[in-house]
Design a protein around this ligand. Structure first.
Ligand code: BG6
Length: 483
């Protein structure tokens, strides 16, 4: 059941993901999709819209018409402009359930703007949309709340209708193959874990750079900003995966227990500290790929004086045995020169230098870079002897690329996550306490910004962010990587 069936997410992500699952024969035999939104539209028209969306947004193209035709027969639409719509929905659910023999198993997907979450959850409860038999689960999209208080409130509303183990809070980053591979790299190999500590790691940099602006999302973005849009969820999840202790098993409880421990150990940045430990920026006009683009304040739907940040950089610490004193620098921004998400583990320099300064001129510390996207892969830099007489050392690169090694297209993160939700595996979804810890970290920073303790710095679109972001690292004698 998809609520918000007329929206962008349904067209761009959910239905293309379902279609691709159908293409790979990964959907159960007794399966139907029921879309719902306010507007009235016939089932045929709805299917045609979705067909066109899949043709445009599916990762596999062109669309396989035969597979689509079979899949499309399982798609239905029920408008819910008001309360009576939910009675009809309840009847349709029961009818289709009987027809396909779904045993009352139901997955509700909230793909609406967040303001509609509460009324829909309540309607699911009031109109008995949960099946009388089988399982019911709810997938909740981000943003999950606007701050800690609203996130806790949302959880309490959801818990009137669903148990915590039935709630699947989605963070689509966790569905990315390369994000899951962070755990595989760390815990399926024995050579990395012993050096994954404060003794060997000098610092960690986590970057989520985007070249796109805010596209047509001013309404949402201007009240969210980069902190709520990316840092609170995607970046803190990456940080948790990189920094967590080894879980005892790869299951939802063990993995999420370890992530939440790290999030709890993440040192809070008090409002008085935001001047020293945080940077917020906003893009001005500039050039992306040679094309002139407008500044944030000139985007459609944004007030010229909007104080919303489109760039954030933070210096964080994790107060535990493994990481005490090791800085984690994280940054994200829109309208940066290129799209690149990566995690760089920078190791300490060799403790004692036996080669001359001239021989090792320009040699850097070892660095392990996990490239999340694009150009997914992992690389390790180390010093090697240049093959000439005499001793000269240069940094070289050992590189693993997903594309070359596996020669297959990775599934889209929504395919992975929808399938996991259908199977009832919540490992790659965010638990209530994780979300709360994430907000508990972000809220005091936002409070410091709102109290005017950190100025909004501007950067030209197409550059690597505002000047103070460079200073944040330069003060520690470090620089940001250029992805
Ligand atoms: C979304 C944000 O969660 O993630 C967007 O709302 C952002 O602003 C997007 O562009 C980035 O996701 P991806 O998968 O394209 O890196």
């Amino acid at each position: 059941m998809i609520f918000g069936a007329s929206g962008d997410l349904t067209a761009r992500k959910l239905v293309p993901a379902l279609y691709n699952l159908a293409l790979q024969h990964l959907l159960p035999a007794s399966f139907a999709v029921i879309g719902s939104a306010r507007r009235a539209v016939t089932e045929d028209a709805f299917r045609t819209e979705l067909h066109d969306a899949v043709a445009e947004f599916s990762r596999t193209r062109p669309i396989n018409e035969e597979v689509w035709a079979t899949f499309a027969r399982s798609i239905h639409y029920v408008p819910t402009p008001d309360d009576s719509g939910f009675d009809e929905l309840s009847r349709v659910l029961a009818r289709i359930d009987g027809e396909i023999g779904a045993n009352g198993n139901r997955l509700f997907y909230l793909a609406t703007p967040p303001a509609a979450y509460e009324p829909i959850i309540r309607a699911i409860g009031a109109h008995d949309l949960r099946g009388a038999t089988g399982w019911s689960r709810v997938v909740v999209e981000k943003p999950y709340g606007h701050d800690l208080e609203s996130a806790m409130h949302l959880t309490s509303v959801i818990q009137e209708v669903f148990r915590e183990d039935e709630v699947f809070r989605i963070d689509h980053y966790l569905g990315k193959e390369t994000v899951q591979n962070i755990l595989v790299l760390r815990f399926a190999n024995s050579i990395f874990e012993p050096i994954w500590t404060r003794q060997y790691v000098d610092h960690v940099q986590i970057t989520a750079a985007e070249s796109i602006g805010i596209e047509e999302r001013a309404g949402y973005y201007d009240s969210a900003g980069a902190m709520r849009d990316i840092v609170q969820n995607h970046l803190l999840q990456l940080l948790a995966l990189v920094a967590m202790e080894p879980p005892s098993a790869f299951d939802d409880r063990s993995v999420r227990d370890e992530k939440v421990k790290v999030l709890r150990a993440l040192r809070r940045i008090a409002p008085e500290e935001v001047g020293e430990l945080t940077v917020r920026g906003q893009y001005g006009p500039g050039f992306i790929g040679g094309e002139r683009v407008v500044g944030y304040g000139q985007e459609t739907g944004v007030a010229p004086s909007s104080p919303t940040e489109t760039y954030v950089a933070l210096k964080c610490f994790i107060d535990n045995w493994r990481w005490e004193g090791t800085p984690f620098y994280i940054r994200t921004g829109k309208r940066l020169p290129k799209r690149s998400t990566e995690i760089a583990i920078r190791f300490r320099l060799a403790p004692h230098r036996i080669f001359t300064r001239e021989a090792s001129e320009g040699v850097d510390a070892n660095e392990l870079v996990l490239r999340i996207q694009p150009d997914e892969g992992i690389s390790l830099t180390f010093g090697a002897k240049v093959p000439v007489q005499g001793l000269r050392i240069r940094s070289v690169n050992m590189d693993f690329g997903y594309g070359e090694s596996f020669m297959v297209d990775a599934p889209d993160s929504y395919e992975t996550l929808i399938l996991d939700a259908l199977r009832g595996d919540a490992t790659l979804f965010t638990r209530r306490d994780e979300v709360e810890q994430q907000w508990a970290f972000v809220d005091p920073i936002l409070a410091g910004w709102h109290a005017g303790r950190q100025e909004l710095a501007t950067y030209a679109a197409g550059t690597w962010g505002p000047e103070p972001a460079e200073t944040l690292l330069a003060r520690d004698g470090r620089t940001w990587r250029r992805p």
